[in-house]
Ligand binder design. Structure first.
Ligand SMILES: [Zn+2]
Length: 272
């Protein structure tokens, strides 16, 4: 999109975040289910909850496979999905039409095969899926595991919603919709070099901070890199500093700084 069109679209669609009070039930649920949120400065937590208010109004959730959709499920997923948007202008996830939640990992009816390029019937259960048509499918058990283990580099909600950010420009190709055409070329050049480096290391059997699954293709690389960026920022920054810088540019935040802020906040809390 040209810079002028992009600016115009931004002006037309930019949404003022709600100023409604945050439900105490949400605070309790997120405090219990998504420990990463407690590490954010208070102002960022407040912004996150207001993005979540918009998100749950706009995106329909549906329980599948006998799962009764409870508030805890909606809020746990929304908190993690909206964390990716914390510093980005809203609205995002323009293509998300619906979130389907199964009790646990599910066997998808069909799945895109990266080796053949066709749709296939998989026999392995999946923790999540994101379709370019705007449907995100998640296993509730895996959503909770990913939220509770907030520093292992794996989070199915970050992964699937990273795919939806990637799909915003119409293609799920590992290159999300960037701010301007001038930054686009430089970003993509550096991004491609990081992908090539990851593939090379995986093929050579070297250990990497990023999950080797990221070498599957550029779309999976973006999703896996997003998981590591938010969950293991120090490790990713040490292992692939340019990849970390590119993600910090895109998400407009530096999770390593947030992680460093956590002990100070804990000290302040313990004094008061
Ligand atoms: Zn994926």
């Amino acid at each position: 999109m040209s810079p002028i069109l992009r600016k115009l679209a931004d002006l037309l669609t930019r949404v003022r975040l709600p100023s409604e009070p945050i439900s105490p039930i949400w605070l309790q649920l997120v405090g219990r289910q998504v420990p990463l949120v407690a590490r954010l400065p208070a102002a960022d937590q407040d912004r996150l909850y207001h993005i979540m208010q918009l998100f749950v109004k706009e995106v329909p959730f549906e329980g599948c496979g006998g799962l009764e959709l409870r508030e805890a499920i909606r809020v746990t997923i929304a908190a993690q999905a909206c964390l990716l948007l914390l510093k980005m202008p809203y609205p995002r996830y323009a293509r998300v039409r619906r979130v389907l939640v199964y009790p646990a990992a599910f066997v998808p009816k069909t799945q895109h095969s990266y080796s053949s390029g066709h749709m296939v019937s998989p026999d392995e259960p999946a923790a999540g899926q994101a379709w370019q048509s705007g449907v995100v499918i998640l296993g509730w058990e895996e959503v909770q595991d990913g939220a509770h283990a907030s520093d292992d580099g794996h989070n199915v909600v970050f992964h699937e919603f990273a795919h939806m950010l990637d799909a915003e420009d119409g293609t799920m190709d590992g290159v999300p919709d960037l701010d301007s055409r001038s930054s686009y070329h430089a970003w993509v050049t550096r991004w491609s070099a990081q992908f090539a480096e990851h593939v090379r290391r995986v093929e050579a059997g070297e250990s990497t901070v990023l999950d080797p699954y990221g070498a599957t293709n550029r779309a999976e690389f973006f999703a896996v890199a997003t998981e590591a960026f938010f969950e293991t920022p120090f490790e990713l920054r040490g292992d692939q500093p340019d990849l970390y810088a590119l993600l910090a540019e895109f998400f407009k935040l530096d999770p390593a700084l947030l992680r460093r802020a956590a002990p100070e906040q804990a000290t302040i809390k313990s004094i008061s």
